[in-house]
Design a protein around this ligand. Structure first.
Ligand code: ADP
Length: 462
């Protein structure tokens, strides 16, 4: 097995990876920026190296400094976590060049799937259902109009290099087509340095359903069921759960098969996620594949009992998967709430502060992955996600009740979070009944924000 892994990340995911390494008796090397010297991941790792200034470009994105740190510290592998360099194929190639194992997919698979238009083409050719659309080059207004007419409105114009909802616009009719296309294209150029675009039919009020897959270097690919990530704000996920309450065994089998097919078509290895939108008639369509461990991976771990980081490490060490599809059973229900330093009442604006007093929820069926400790000061330079609370219970309703209880226990004095907002949301009758889709928060935020905790309790399932 690997002797020493460098964790090229910060925050809760760095802590998460270090924990599994400790359980596997693998030493870890943390990297940190000058702003993060006191951070939890630095304290928990076997060793640590400062790789640059507070600016991510100087530190967590500094390929040369990170490779150098790995070589100096004698690391035989690097885990990139999510974000930062996790989907950077140049980094993967550099690791290969220096004989350091990259814990993730190959640079080739990453490149193919990183371009969403290319990924669409691969999936279409392999027979994976994709959203009706057009992914060839669009080089004139006339051509764009013709494509739009064929697909029909409303539609989405999307950037091939897009992410986090950027470079994407909903177009309701021909009058706004050209201007919104231009807007999205300019945004894509500014954010990603690439303004290649494609067009997709807009699936009205879908659910966002993604399948976790694991693939080894010997052609074995399995899926670990789905996550429902429909509760989003600003196109970013806030609450995730597994399984999805609407997916029955037959649909799970069909979508799982499509996810496995997608991974095979891309020659994928490691842990990955195949994302679909699911309409209210049970039709599902591939939208993209994520080539990294995801924030929400823990809900899958809770219902399957599989440590996904451990599997990633074994796969990178060229081991065959020990699990077969028949070994994967979804047991009970898991929900995750992301706790961000942000204010829901101010349009989810991120804020900063210093933890005066911290209480982390605990008790039966509660897992908390966090970077917080007493005295932690948020950094405006990095992501606003502070913690993930994940609960597991026999049924969905019990999981909801357990999550409410955990959220009541959470105290982050000095930092405003969305914790109370989540607590209120978990009492909304439509959420409890499953009457929600990706537009839920936008439709209900104002109503939810008008409740207090006692009023919320009266609206709940009891
Ligand atoms: P990004 O990589 O920017 O997150 P995605 O392609 O994953 O972009 O889309 C983000 C979100 O937008 C999805 O979770 C889904 O809610 C919505 N979405 C994407 N494609 C479609 C579509 N064709 N129809 C309806 N909603 C979509």
């Amino acid at each position: 097995m690997f002797k020493r892994i460098l964790v090229a990340n910060r925050g809760e995911i760095a802590v998460r990876i270090i924990r599994t390494c400790m359980e596997m008796n693998i030493e870890t090397v943390a990297i940190y920026s000058t702003a993060d010297k006191e951070c939890l991941h630095v304290k928990l790792a076997s060793d640590s190296v400062c790789v640059g200034s507070y600016k991510a470009a100087d530190s967590y994105l500094n390929i040369d400094a990170i490779i150098c740190a790995a070589l100096v510290k004698g690391c035989d592998a690097i885990h990139p976590g999510y974000g930062f360099l996790s989907e950077n194929s140049e980094f993967v190639r550099k690791c290969n060049e220096y004989g350091i194992a990259f814990i993730g997919p190959t640079a080739e698979a990453m490149d193919a799937l990183g371009n969403k238009a290319t990924a669409r083409r691969i999936m279409k050719d392999a027979g994976v259902p994709t959203v009706p659309g057009y992914d060839g080059p669009i080089d004139s207004a006339g051509k764009l109009e013709k494509i739009a007419r064929r697909i029909g409105y409303p539609l989405l114009v999307k950037a091939s290099a897009g992410g986090g909802g950027r470079g994407m616009r909903r177009v309701n009719g021909p009058a706004e087509l050209e201007s919104l296309f231009g807007e999205a294209k300019a945004e894509a150029k500014a954010c990603f340095g690439n303004d290649e675009m494609y067009v997709e039919k807009l699936i009205e009020n879908p659910k966002h359903i993604e399948f976790q897959i694991l693939a080894d270097e010997f052609g074995n690919v399995i899926h670990l069921g789905e996550r429902d990530c429909s509760i989003q704000r600003k196109n970013q996920k806030l609450i995730e759960e597994s399984p999805c309450m609407f997916i029955k065994d037959d649909l799970r089998k069909a979508m799982g098969k499509a996810a496995v097919l997608a991974a095979k078509a891309a020659g994928y290895t490691s842990a990955g996620t195949v994302e679909f939108v699911l309409d209210n008639k049970g039709h599902y369509y591939f939208i993209e594949m994520n080539t990294r461990i995801q924030v929400e991976h823990a809900v899958t771990e809770m219902v399957t009992g599989v440590d996904l980081i451990k599997e990633q490490i074994r796969i990178a060490f060229h081991e065959p998967l020990r699990l077969r599809q028949k070994d994967i059973k979804l047991s009970g229900h898991a929900i995750e709430c992301r706790i961000n330093a942000e204010n829901p009442a101010a349009g989810f604006m991120p804020g900063n502060g210093k933890i005066g007093f911290l209480n982390i929820p605990g008790g039966a069926g509660v897992r908390v992955d966090t970077l917080l400790y007493n005295g932690y000061e948020t950094s405006p330079f990095y992501d606003s996600m502070m913690a993930k609370i994940i609960v597991h219970a026999p049924t969905r309703l019990e999981a909801i009740r357990r999550m409410r209880r955990a959220l009541l226990e959470l105290v982050t004095e000095g930092i405003v979070t969305n914790g109370d907002f989540d607590y209120l949301l978990l009492h909304h009758p439509d959420f409890i009944k499953g009457k929600y889709n990706v537009g839920f928060i936008e439709a209900h935020a104002e109503e939810i924000l008008s409740w207090d905790k006692a009023a919320a309790r009266l609206k709940s399932d009891e």
